[in-house]
Design a protein around this ligand. Structure first.
Ligand SMILES: NC(=O)c1ccc[n+]([C@@H]2O[C@H](COP(=O)([O-])OP(=O)(O)OC[C@H]3O[C@@H](n4cnc5c(N)ncnc54)[C@H](O)[C@@H]3O)[C@@H](O)[C@H]2O)c1
Length: 254
């Protein structure tokens, strides 16, 4: 039986992953701020450390899959909380649990990025570089100078690069690491955004060639594939699952 650790397992994409993986016989260890086997606030250093310690204990130190889905949209939370949870709440779990994946057959770690990680981003932006440098206190101060949505976009952009930067080191250890890049997906997070008087109407302007939002079940299907033997050579990659939004916005970039 595989041990799969999932953050954000109480809702949306993380919960759909839990359901789909348990249905095929995996032992899923959920981490969330509520309704999970491990209760931890991943926006804090202490919460992340507790999550890592408990996941190691509950898995017996053997983890086959790690799916980091805990996150907030950034609209209902201050920017410093958003970068702490969405960026540091993922990279610290990747690094804290990697050892437990080494030596397992075909282990894989997956981060939930976002197609907004490419919206209006300067790859050399000081905020992005500060996140990649890993000084959380500095990042929390810097983000408060920026607009409401910036914490989310910057955190997701840096998360994608943190994943890709790990590929060279993790590959020789036999541990795959990848990102899933969802577009608009029907979950409680997007329901709340849709109701926001400022953000809701902007969401409706995003092109979706497939003509509809995605759903959590579809995202979990891609997670299930990336964790499978069929994906054994997929490493260091961003898997876009956005109904064509990115292709519509940036048809000549990939
Ligand atoms: N829904 C979308 O359209 C969409 C698009 C792109 C990326 N994403 C990303 O996918 C991931 C899942 O999003 P979702 O739509 O399923 O959202 P969701 O709100 O349904 O689920 C997020 C989960 O994170 C948990 N969480 C929140 N704060 C936490 C904290 N401090 N510590 C631990 N857990 C905490 C919540 O309790 C919840 O269970 C997020 O990282 C999100 O940024 C979602």
């Amino acid at each position: 039986m595989r041990n799969i650790v999932i953050s954000g397992s109480a809702s949306g994409i993380g919960h759909a992953c839990l359901e789909r993986l348990e249905a095929v016989g995996d032992r899923v260890i959920g981490i969330d701020i509520r309704d999970a086997e491990i209760i931890a606030d991943l926006s804090t250093l202490e919460g992340r450390q507790r999550a890592i310690d408990e996941a190691l204990k509950l898995s017996g130190g053997e983890i086959d899959g790690l799916v980091l889905s805990a996150g907030v949209s950034g609209m209902q939370h201050p920017g410093d909380f958003t970068v702490s949870l969405n960026y540091f709440g993922s990279v610290e779990l990747f690094d804290g649990l990697r050892n437990a994946m080494e030596g397992r057959p075909n282990p894989c770690a997956i981060g939930l990025v976002s197609n907004s990680s490419q919206f209006d981003i300067d790859y050399e932006d000081p905020m992005v570089l500060a996140l990649l440098d890993g000084d959380e206190d500095t990042c929390r101060e810097m983000i408060l100078e920026l607009d409401r949505g910036a914490g989310y976009r910057f955190a997701k952009h840096a998360l994608a690069r943190a994943i890709r930067r790990r590929a060279s080191e993790w590959g020789p250890l036999g541990v795959r690491i990848n990102g899933i890049v969802p577009g608009m997906t029907e979950t409680p997070m997007v329901d709340a955004l849709q109701e926001d008087p400022e953000v809701g109407p902007m969401l409706d302007l995003l092109p979706i060639p497939m003509g509809r939002k995605g759903n959590a079940w579809e995202m979990a299907g891609v997670v299930k594939f990336l964790l499978s033997d069929d994906a054994s050579y997929i490493h260091g990659m961003m898997m876009w699952v956005d109904g064509g939004t990115d292709a519509a916005i940036r048809p000549d970039r990939f």
